[in-house]
Design a protein around this ligand. Structure first.
Ligand code: IPD
Ligand code: CA
Ligand code: CA
Length: 258
């Protein structure tokens, strides 16, 4: 029932994203210039909420546009109704809905769906990860110097020591391709699918990574915070890799040279 509801909610949000892709919708600014939210983000969130609440009225919810609704439950749905809003607002089809389910503090299930390229990622703890129902695995690249990476840049916190710009500079000066898709959930799924060897970002929120974190882990990858510790989605930094290059990438992020 939980899995079915997860699929239903994910599909409903994706259908709304598609429906509005060729229509006009309102776009407004959150804190800071170009930190956008659209009417579609809210519509997706409403649809997800109503499906979860219909089946599990007492489950806790944490969602980007509405914050937290806490009940007396050990289940928490961690929701990014539309990840990649700037892309969506510019009609760039790299965006998705992302929903992770935490039970007693542990993420046990996650789904990410990009309806524009028809990619539905799903993972359940200890049961592997799938893309459109087919099993997926991380890459086998064993040297960060030969890897293809992805990252994202926050709206603030750019110029600190070992921060986003410094790490990016270090990697691209060594001719390592570092892509910036604009959707952290897609970045994580593409690590899981073996397209990227690794992804890192200095400042994410739990809704950006909850589902993608489990999808990478279940595809055989490794996910830690930026110190190499066990990943906790409620702190900002993330490194997600195929596992083999993890320490090498971590060393660079901690200030080492390549
Ligand atoms: C953003 C995207 C982006 C990442 C930002 C996120 P949003 O989420 O995932 O790739 O770099 O940190 O905030 O705002 O499009 O849901
Ligand atoms: Ca997001
Ligand atoms: Ca979002």
């Amino acid at each position: 029932m939980v899995k079915q509801t997860l699929y239903e909610a994910t599909n409903a949000a994706a259908a709304i994203m598609k429906e509005y892709a060729n229509k006009n919708f309102t776009i407004s600014n959150k804190e800071g210039i170009n930190n956008l939210v659209t009417e579609v983000d809210h519509k997706c969130e409403d649809a997800i909420f109503s499906i979860i609440k219909k089946n599990f009225p007492n489950h806790n919810l944490l969602s980007e546009e509405s914050g937290e609704f806490a009940h007396d439950s050990n289940h928490k749905w961690i929701i990014d109704p539309l990840d990649g809003t700037v892309n969506y607002a510019n009609r760039i089809p790299i965006c998705c809905v992302s929903i992770g389910i935490e039970v007693n503090g542990e993420i046990l299930m996650g789904a990410v769906y990009n309806p524009f390229i028809n990619e539905f990622y799903f993972a359940e703890k200890d049961r592997g990860a799938t893309l459109n129902d087919k099993s997926i695995n991380v890459s086998s690249t064993d040297n960060v110097k030969h890897s293809c990476l992805a990252t994202g840049f926050p709206y603030t916190y750019l110029d600190v020591e070992n921060g986003p710009l410094e790490v990016f500079g270090k990697l691209i000066r060594k001719s390592i391709p570092v892509r910036r898709l604009g959707s952290a959930a897609m970045d994580l799924c593409w690590v899981a699918a073996g397209r990227f060897d690794g992804f890192y970002e200095h400042k994410l929120n739990a809704w950006d990574s909850a589902a993608g974190y489990l999808i990478v882990q279940e595809a055989g990858g490794k996910v830690t915070d930026m110190k190499g510790n066990y990943y906790n989605p409620y702190q900002p930094g993330i490194i997600a890799t195929n596992g083999i290059i993890h320490q090498q990438l971590l060393d660079v992020i901690l200030g080492g040279d390549l």
